[in-house]
Design a protein around this ligand. Structure first.
Ligand SMILES: Nc1ncnc2c1ncn2[C@@H]1O[C@H](COP(=O)(O)OP(=O)(O)OP(=O)(O)O)[C@@H](O)[C@H]1O
Length: 293
């Protein structure tokens, strides 16, 4: 089943077209990463999908519903974590959650939501005393209150230290494991690559790449990098290379095979390929390529 179906979506803000006819689908129970540079249109897209803004063009279906026309129904089944939460700084974490519980149908118990978000130990702390990363966790706890079928997470790990980030990844994975569909944005491409089964990269309001994460990356060239041996010209190597920051870099569909070819060539000449690094394409490679156009 498709949890989110976006086709030709357009949305302008005061005459500026932030989203310019994008299409993508998110399958039920999947983690989907919406990626792109600052201003690419990710938040605007989430705001339309969550029913906060009305689309100017195209069609959008969320859990089979129109998120604007059927927004009450959609809101009851979705959780949203936007970038800027409107917390009351003088309330404690516990009171903040309690206040939100009052507006949520069949909410989770407060401590369960705090536990899930890794914030239970800060229950009695005032919001103003939370760190940036802890505020993100409070946001997550609030987004989880209504046991949503679908979660929108706009930069869920921004400002978190590595430990908190890893804990949040686990929460996200656990939720997906229980069947929750998750659409997230992040500027941490490694995070997207680790978490998401599918993705779309946006640039200036358009989708410039999309698809299954593993398939998309597998279809792209990997790279073999090494320090060029002394007195060897790049043109003498058996495969084409570029020299990048002092390293010879060979891009190849099958980087293992390319490395073998290069190593055999070097061994036959008694040369070493120092610092040899062989890796498949990463999301960062794809992102840089797509955003640089
Ligand atoms: N309310 C608004 N009024 C006018 N312009 C807006 C408004 N909201 C967003 N924009 C503009 O629309 C474009 C897309 O913004 P959006 O917040 O959707 O991008 P984003 O991909 O989420 O960026 P970021 O990674 O910085 O969060 C930007 O150029 C932004 O300045």
């Amino acid at each position: 089943m498709t949890a989110i179906d976006v086709s030709g979506l357009r949305k302008s803000h005061q005459g500026f077209e932030a989203v310019r006819g994008i299409s993508f689908e998110v399958a039920e129970g999947e983690i989907f990463a919406l990626l792109g540079r600052n201003g690419a249109g990710k938040t605007t897209t989430i705001e339309v999908l969550a029913g906060f803004q009305r689309a100017d063009g195209g069609t959008v279906r969320v859990l089979g519903l129109d998120p604007h026309a059927d927004r009450a129904a959609v809101r009851g089944r979705t959780g949203v974590m936007l970038q800027e939460a409107g917390f009351f700084p003088d309330l404690t974490v516990a009171r903040t959650v309690d206040t939100w519980r009052d507006f949520t149908a069949a909410p989770r118990p407060r401590d369960e939501a705090l536990e899930l978000a890794g914030l239970r130990a800060r229950s009695g702390t005032k919001v103003r005393q939370l760190s940036g990363g802890e505020k993100r966790r409070l946001d997550l706890a609030l987004a989880l209150l209504g046991r949503p079928e679908l979660l929108f997470l706009d930069e869920p790990t921004a400002g978190m230290d590595p430990e908190a980030r890893a804990a949040t990844w686990q929460v996200i994975r656990d939720l997906a494991g229980q069947g929750t569909t998750i659409l997230l944005t992040t500027h941490y491409l490694e995070e997207a690559q680790r978490l998401a089964a599918s993705m779309a990269i946006m640039d200036e309001g358009r989708v410039v790449a999309s698809g299954g994460m593993a398939e998309t990356l597998a279809a792209r060239a990997g790279r073999v990098a090494f320090r060029l041996p002394a007195h060897v010209e790049p043109g003498a190597l058996p495969l084409p290379v570029t020299v990048e920051r002092g390293l010879a870099v060979c891009r190849a569909e099958d980087p293992d095979l390319a490395a073998q070819t290069l190593l055999t060539w070097a061994a036959e000449r008694g040369l070493r390929l120092a610092g040899l690094e062989v890796r498949a394409a990463t999301l960062e490679d794809l992102f840089m390529e797509m955003s640089a156009r």
